[in-house]
Ligand binder design. Structure first.
Ligand code: UTP
Length: 496
């Protein structure tokens, strides 16, 4: 740990002496923890970090309109445009890889979820399903099921390890939650939690923000902090030990996420890809999702803010959007590629500016909760490794089946607990009807799924992963809703 004198001199040379302004007012305990926090900072890089953040926030975003082009079709696989046999081949290949313990899943769960506005990790959120399951539980059950499907197909006993990247904000509550829930039936040694780094938030003139008199305003370094965290926490070695060659990386907030999706894994493996991205067709030109495309011949994700509206609105001969490959933060990465990123490219990852409202203590020592953005958080993004990939592919999937993120609190127009719940229930109603069931609403009327919110029909991932295996249970059945198909109910229906 640094001495006070050492901390003073480092902060002075980084132009950050203000951080010790309230030092004399701190208790001995506060002094101890503040010095510890300062000692853990990259003090050598602090000056560059602060100046870089201020400069980046002041510079206009580069316009990429001239050099942008879509990913050529030969590198794209599409669920909608592929025939049944091709899809089955990809799925079989994926299940084979899973059954041979070569596939792991990695959850990005270090975010602060400020827009949703809850004080606990987003994965612990219950969107109000009939089962009251949280996002973490739904995901754990999908892992169970995909292991079971691979085992059944290949007569093996396989494991899909679950790597979970957390941050200072989410590690302790996530660990506690998993312990309290006995890891939702998963083997604890196959759930590997690790922590990403934190970096200081900076004012527009390049000064680190004091959150309180003896504490810096720190934030996780973005989901692209993954690549440093993999090295810091020896996760790549863990993968090697287990024989995991392929990783499916995904965000915590997509309630429809198909973890270790065999079709996606199988497609990427059969194309010899080192990196792949799942996309959905953009809903409308101004939809605020990044687009997977090429810039100057190199694949990357371009944000809506980086192109002119005319570019976003460009349409092809059939009226389809030219830049329609909406990034849904579902990535395939090989261990070999991750190693290369760790060894050669991590330092070259782009830094993105996020302007945030950061609570701070002002010069007079008053605690202030700003009403407009006052701070810069620099973030790396997980998809910024795409340009370094040598065999990059894109897999287009159906939005209704795979993408419904929870970003905002109820009341917002999009991506709320209600929209997430409706997406899942609507999907399960479709599965039940496709399996031959008739669903009835509370008044005994047949539910058609045409209008209004979906019926309360929920199917546990322990019963079905993507709608499979439901026909023997549901064909010809008339089911009043709410209807919750869990393992117990499935057994009863089977015995009928
Ligand atoms: P978002 O960009 O949606 O951020 O993260 P968020 O933290 O969940 O929500 P807001 O912006 O504060 O409202 C997309 C995914 O990346 C993860 C999140 O946990 C989520 O799964 N993430 C984000 C990290 O793992 N680390 C980070 O530093 C940031």
């Amino acid at each position: 740990m640094l001495s006070l004198e050492e901390a003073k001199s480092c902060l002075e040379s980084a132009g950050q002496s203000h951080l010790l302004q309230f030092w004399p007012e701190l208790s001995e305990e506060e002094k101890g923890s503040f010095l510890l926090e300062l000692s853990q900072l990259d003090l050598k890089g602090l000056k560059d970090h602060c100046e870089g953040a201020a400069q980046a926030a002041a510079s206009p975003a580069a316009s990429l309109d001239r050099d942008i082009e879509p990913v050529p079709p030969e590198f794209i696989g599409s669920v909608r445009r592929s025939d049944k046999n091709t899809l089955a081949d990809w799925e079989n290949e994926g299940l084979l890889q899973i059954s041979e313990n070569r596939v792991g899943v990695l959850l990005l769960a270090g975010g602060q979820g400020t827009r949703l506005g809850v004080r606990y990790p987003k994965g612990m959120y219950d969107v109000g399903l009939p089962s009251s399951k949280t996002l973490y539980q739904i995901q754990a059950e999908r892992i169970h099921k995909i292991q079971e499907l691979a085992d059944l197909k290949h007569g093996s006993k396989c494991t899909v390890p679950w790597y979970i990247m957390t941050s200072e904000f989410t590690l302790d509550p996530t660990e506690k939650f998993f312990k309290e829930n006995r890891y939702f039936g998963l083997e604890p040694s196959n759930v590997v939690m690790f922590e990403q780094r934190m970096i200081p938030a900076v004012t527009f003139d390049g000064k680190v923000i004091l959150q309180s008199k003896g504490k810096l305003a720190m934030a996780p370094d973005g989901n692209g902090g993954l690549y440093r965290a993999l090295v810091d926490n020896e996760v790549l070695q863990d993968m090697e030990k287990r024989g995991v060659e392929y990783l499916h990386v995904y965000c915590v907030d997509n309630i429809l996420v198909k973890m270790a999706d065999p079709a996606f894994i199988g497609f990427c493996v059969s194309k010899g890809a080192d990196c792949g991205a799942k996309v959905v067709e953009k809903a409308y030109p101004t939809e605020p999702v990044g687009v997977v495309c090429r810039v100057g011949g190199v694949q990357q994700v371009v944000e809506y803010s980086e192109i002119q509206p005319e570019t976003a609105e460009r349409r092809g001969p059939g009226g389809e959007l030219v830049f329609s490959a909406g990034n849904i933060c579902n990535h395939f990465l090989t261990r070999a590629f991750l190693l290369e990123v760790a060894q050669k490219f991590e330092g070259q990852l782009k830094q993105h500016v996020a302007l945030k409202k950061v609570p701070f203590v002002d010069r007079c020592g008053n605690q202030v909760k700003p009403t407009k953005s006052n701070g810069i958080k620099m973030e790396k993004f997980v998809f910024d490794v795409f340009p370094f990939s040598r065999h990059f592919v894109v897999f287009e999937v159906v939005r209704e089946d795979e993408f419904s993120p929870l970003k905002n609190a109820d009341g917002a127009a999009l991506d709320t607990p209600t929209t997430a719940r409706h997406s899942l229930l609507a999907q399960h109603c479709r599965w039940a009807r496709a399996a031959g069931a008739t669903l009835l609403d509370g008044q005994g009327n047949r539910v058609t799924g045409q209008d209004g919110p979906p019926a309360q029909c929920e199917i546990s991932p322990l019963v079905s992963y993507f709608g499979e295996g439901l026909e023997p249970l549901l064909r010809g059945k008339t089911l009043p809703t709410p209807f919750l198909l869990d393992e117990k109910r499935a057994k009863e229906l089977q015995d009928l």
